[in-house]
Design a protein around this ligand. Sequence first.
Ligand SMILES: Nc1ncnc2c1ncn2[C@@H]1O[C@H](COP(=O)(O)OP(=O)(O)OP(=O)(O)O)[C@@H](O)[C@H]1O
Ligand SMILES: [Mg+2]
Length: 292
Amino acid sequence: MSGGTSVAKKNDDVVIGPTGRPYNGFATPAKLERHGPARIIALCNQKGGVGKTTTSINLAASLAEYGRKVLAVDFDPQGALSAGLGINTHDMTTIYDLMLDTKRDAHDAIVHTHVEGLDVMPANIDLSAAEVHLVNEVAREMILARVLSKVVKEYDVILIDCQPSLGLLTVNALTAAHGVLIPLECEFFALRGVALLIETIEKVQDRLNPTLELDGLLATMYDPRTLHSREVLERIVDTFGEKVFETVIGRTVKFPDASVSGVPIIEYAPQHPAAQAYLRLARELVDRGAVA
Ligand SMILES: Nc1ncnc2c1ncn2[C@@H]1O[C@H](COP(=O)(O)OP(=O)(O)OP(=O)(O)O)[C@@H](O)[C@H]1O
Ligand SMILES: [Mg+2]
């Protein structure tokens, strides 16, 4: 499988991308003179297996490739982001320890990866106790925001990989974030549940974080050879218009392969169309102003 998102020619001069807009490769971002403070982006969808973690890892690595200082926060007790970057989280200080004791130095839970410019705040199964333990805390929705405020100046972007739920952890992520990125799998029930997710985002905007923005929706696991995939993408674009990123991530077995190896795809198979797609997504985010 190619993992590419094949661009169809409409006429002699205009190349149309898979979202129906003229294809734009987006310019290589300018180097940053100074770093920080970070814009914080939460990757959310309560539907499981839509590409939140794959996107967090590969977008983080792509932004680091463009010289951005990136912190990827694993906010899922499954610890898939940590594992996907080759971090063994057993017996390690994790995001959960920082949330339990917000006076603790946040740097205790920061791991430098082998990717230059990319750090990780890992999680492990301990985090599954958070919803129960934090429920009686004062300002329980703002705990992650407090933790991240200590390191926000040191990064250009912080990506939060949420778990597939709309519970207290995800509300913490939405409260800490400046923007939300919603990955959607180009599959039959892609849009089912998105209304509830948008409603949750609006509630957080209303009550906790008025400046939270919807940065965009990312179509993942797109297979241009199937009518079904093309129809689902069309429906996503019909519903959300310009909010849908022009960059679409193709379906390819390279992602499971790269995760098993504990490296981002831009290292595992840099020339692969899927690696190129995440680099392009990073350029699109800079182009849209969602990232410095
Ligand atoms: N573009 C893609 N093509 C093929 N497989 C993919 C693609 N993106 C992700 N995958 C695979 O699909 C599975 C789910 O992806 P991922 O873990 O990123 O989703 P998730 O939304 O984080 O899941 P969860 O809700 O369980 O946290 C993984 O096995 C991953 O390797
Ligand atoms: Mg995940």
